[in-house]
Design a protein around this ligand. Sequence first.
Ligand SMILES: Cc1cc2nc3c(=O)[nH]c(=O)nc-3n(C[C@H](O)[C@H](O)[C@H](O)COP(=O)(O)O)c2cc1C
Length: 322
Amino acid sequence: MNMSDRTAQPLRERFISAMSQSASTVNVITTDGAAGRAGITVSAMSSVSADTPRPTLLACVHHMSVAASAIIANGVFCVNVLRNDQAYISDAFAGRSKDELGDKFDCAGWTTLSTGAPRVVDPLVTFDCRVVSSEKVGTHHVFIGEVEDLFIGERGSPLLYSNRTYGAAATLTPDPELPEMAHTRIRKFNTKETYPEQKLDNDLCQAVVARGRTVFLRGQIAQDLETRESVHIGDPGAQAAKAMANIKMLMEEAGGGMEHICRVVVYLTDIRHREAVYREMGKWLKGVYPVSTGLVVSALARPEWLVEIEATAVIPDEDGEK
Ligand SMILES: Cc1cc2nc3c(=O)[nH]c(=O)nc-3n(C[C@H](O)[C@H](O)[C@H](O)COP(=O)(O)O)c2cc1C
């Protein structure tokens, strides 16, 4: 390593500082049984595998914590993932409300799960676990828990911890610019991956499974469908835009929309028009993911036409089948 890459801080401090910039959910791990009831706030919780005989997760608990020895003795624990309005429960189980609370558990209402571990009455979600293995790594026990049961709360979003402060996740909302996905689109991809050398951004897929009313569209070219006049002579990108505008108009006249398109076939008179044509087509089919076939042909019906685009669509049945 180059000496100038090194900072004056030891690696341990840099690790803690770097870790503090990541984000995690805030979880209260509880246990009960022969060794008694205990609980601790942890950020170190993660899914391990959904495909073990029963799903598994892990939680890391400091070896000096009362909860660590209780979990080992009881052999069970519950992960309570807190909602973003439950920071007071996290504080209580992190020992931050010692002066106000005689018992950490006084901060919330509890119910008991099948393992006997306590569950917050109204968490975001809880996972009721039996310990299947544990390993001490440095100062922490890494407990692997087999999920015996789980509970999904009816409302809320997770309490997060990052940069040593609590926060809430910004709600993920679908991009209003993108159409809602119609039909099952198998192996979706974007042409940025398949043609990295070209400046293309086309959402495509390898197969579409669709159910509904099929719309077959005639191959569209740069023609005004009212006047039959050819437009944008000599400009393949503008011709593709007119063809796509015609497709959109016809789809709407058929009672559907661009999101219902399953397949496009693109006919070009010159491979050099491909980039301009596909770039334009990609804008009209963003978020749609049709299957696509492209061909270079020696001529189209009129000499001024440089591109023809054929689309096939399925308008889903009214009963909500997509
Ligand atoms: C947001 C947050 C995340 C924490 N994450 C962990 C953790 O992953 N593992 C751990 O052992 N302690 C973690 N702690 C610290 C313990 O909650 C705290 O040291 C607790 O008081 C120990 O319990 P005790 O009263 O049994 O000693 C975290 C504290 C907070 C506030």
